[in-house]
Write a protein that binds this ligand. Structure first.
Ligand code: FAD
Length: 313
């Protein structure tokens, strides 16, 4: 859509240039479809365009993976089979593609939208939020008066469409630590409609030190993480009790993509599936990926297992 209140577009990555009425512009898939940042009705005057930032999309080293905020979903999807990570024993890489695929989106959105834009939009169904929170990533944020700070992504999003950024702050990058990438992982997602937006998305990790980490997203207004040290790995009842304690009823999200009661029930179910997969006696096989809640009718097209850029808008 046209944004007819915009007076200028400034190419910059300097938060010092930000002033009232400005918005950072990344892929533009929210700004040009909603006409404003999510949750804001204030007319924008300027867009601070990150398009020429020139930040390397992905940097890989022994510490893990750094994603520039401007890394696109398409670039992230290409990473697991790239030379950049060849030879790394990082099972956590298996999460990247299911998370990108959870971003059920058109060709345009897939190729333009950015990891940083997804975090900053802060929707419950933000699949890059799920991925980064599930892998204990930290976000590096640049302030308007110089300096920077880091925040765990699991704490970056604080509510539906709400995050911890102060006006003008710029999300620069996201660090995925090698320790989490080296963990055994599990992934579950459910959507109420065929190729629909995520209603529940859970990621599990069993770290090298035996810690079990369960990250709940999409079902809840913000990410919720549960951690169990190796000496305290839960049985089914203990896990259910921990989920009950950690997620009060009002924290379950309520919108067209799922009633809170359904999201809650599915959170318990998928949490237990993940516990059994990661901590059970049977060694787990390849990553199990659930998807749409309803199986396709025999006459309907099968849900695509192809990457989203090949799906129709
Ligand atoms: C068809 C369609 C399907 C979609 N499906 C989903 C979905 O399933 N889940 C979902 O979460 N979203 C979805 N979206 C919304 C949106 O596309 C995504 O959230 C996307 O990741 C936003 O990224 P972007 O780079 O395009 O952000 P932009 O539109 O450029 O920016 C979004 C917001 O973030 C701010 N921002 C961007 N980058 C930074 C930064 N580095 N630092 C500080 N602020 C920043 C902007 O100022 C703006 O307020 C969908 C949109 C469409 C049109």
């Amino acid at each position: 859509m046209d944004m007819n209140t915009i007076e200028s577009v400034v190419s910059t990555t300097d938060p010092g240039q930000w002033r009232e009425g400005d918005a950072w512009l990344a892929g533009g898939t929210v700004l040009f479809s909603y006409g404003s940042p999510v949750g804001s009705e204030e007319p924008l005057k300027r867009l601070l365009d990150l398009g020429q930032a020139g930040w390397p999309a992905v940097t890989v080293n022994d510490a893990g993976i750094e994603l520039a905020a401007t890394c696109t979903v398409a670039e992230l999807y290409a990473l697991p089979i790239s030379d950049a990570v060849a030879g790394r024993n990082w099972p956590g890489l298996e999460l990247l593609r299911p998370c990108c695929d959870s971003f059920v989106a058109s060709f345009k959105v897939w190729n333009m939208s950015t990891v940083g834009g997804n975090l900053c939009t802060s929707l419950p169904a933000g699949p890059m939020i799920s991925l980064c929170a599930g892998l204990d990533a930290t976000a590096t944020i640049l302030g308007r008066h110089g300096g920077s700070r880091t925040v765990p992504v699991a704490e970056f999003v604080v509510g539906d469409g709400k995050n911890c950024l102060a006006p003008g702050e710029l999300l620069r990058s996201i660090q995925l630590p090698a320790s989490a990438l080296a963990a055994k992982v599990a992934f579950r997602r459910l959507s109420l409609s065929n190729l629909g937006r995520s209603g529940v998305l859970l990621i599990g990790r069993l770290d090298a030190d035996g810690t079990l980490v369960l990250t709940v997203t999409a079902a809840t207004k913000r990410p919720v993480q549960l951690r169990f040290a190796t000496a305290e790995l839960p049985d089914a009842g203990q896990l259910a009790a921990a989920v009950e304690r950690s997620i009060p009823a009002e924290l379950y999200h309520d919108d067209i993509h799922g009633l809170p009661e359904w999201r809650r029930a599915m959170t318990f179910r998928l949490a237990e599936e993940i516990r059994a997969e990661l901590c059970g006696p049977v060694p787990s096989g390849p990553l199990t990926v659930s998807g749409d809640f309803w199986p396709p009718h025999a006459t309907s097209p099968q849900p695509s297992t192809q990457p989203a850029q090949q799906k129709e808008a």
